[in-house]
Design a protein around this ligand. Sequence first.
Ligand SMILES: Nc1ncnc2c1ncn2[C@@H]1O[C@H](COP(=O)(O)OP(=O)(O)OP(=O)(O)O)[C@@H](O)[C@H]1O
Length: 286
Amino acid sequence: MTASDHTITLPVVPVAPSTEGTEHARPGGQSGLDARQVSAWFGEHRVLEDVSLTMRAGEVTALIGPSGCGKSTFLRILNRMHELVPSASMAGEVLLDGHDLYDARRRLTDARAAVGMVFQKPNPFPTMSIYDNVLSGRKLTGQRLSRDAKDDLVEECLTKAGLWTEVVHRLRDTGGALSGGQQQRLCIARSLAVRPKVLLMDEPCSALDPTSTNRIEQTIRDLVHEVTIVIVTHNMQQAQRVSDRCAFFLAEDKRPGGIVEEGPTDRVFGAPVDPRTADYVEGRFG
Ligand SMILES: Nc1ncnc2c1ncn2[C@@H]1O[C@H](COP(=O)(O)OP(=O)(O)OP(=O)(O)O)[C@@H](O)[C@H]1O
């Protein structure tokens, strides 16, 4: 199969109600993601091969592995950002509560709203107020809210992101006036305002100091009670602190990346099955 076999075209029509399986959805409303045989290309360069991973509802799944093994590419496939790169293509399925995110009947904006993303570098709108930053993603959905509803949503999301008490008296200050750690929590609040079912985080603490990192990690553990989280991290201690399950990615000898081992975080770190996992988590390479 070549990359050109997998160019995605996106007719935008409303998704029909479906009675497909919901085996990874929790009764409490949380959602699970299931990647099935996902492969990815940039041009003709295949960077992921047949990656299957279940990211369970109400849990934090950490993606770990050396640089260049395809963790970020896999993460971007989970909310259809991969296809923004002109040369990029993919194969396989990503199921959210049993429904394929790549179903041609599903609107791209709906898929991205259901699966939010927080990036490595905090990226609030620097000249926009803290208040408007929180609401900015929501505006893109085209839904109109009353003033009271906006106030409530801003407070709710900043509270969940662990930032409310620090900014309650400065909501009209700009996003750029916050510290790096506060900006990252503002970005988390902005993602939450769209009410995602899953939150993807691509090394969300790599630009932050230890105190801010600790604060974000607390936020992640608080949030997982209502939104499923998938996090890419190079920090092995962080993976152990925040995640319930862990997937170890590797791209060996210029081969495409894949998952060597996945399972409960305690087991992957405490009793890895594959010697390559043991070497990586014990710091012998990568
Ligand atoms: N926009 C792009 N165009 C071409 N190749 C890319 C692009 N983005 C990533 N790649 C390639 O895809 C492969 C996987 O990259 P990716 O960023 O997903 O790895 P990663 O495991 O997240 O790495 P890191 O830990 O360093 O962020 C690498 O070989 C990389 O060079």
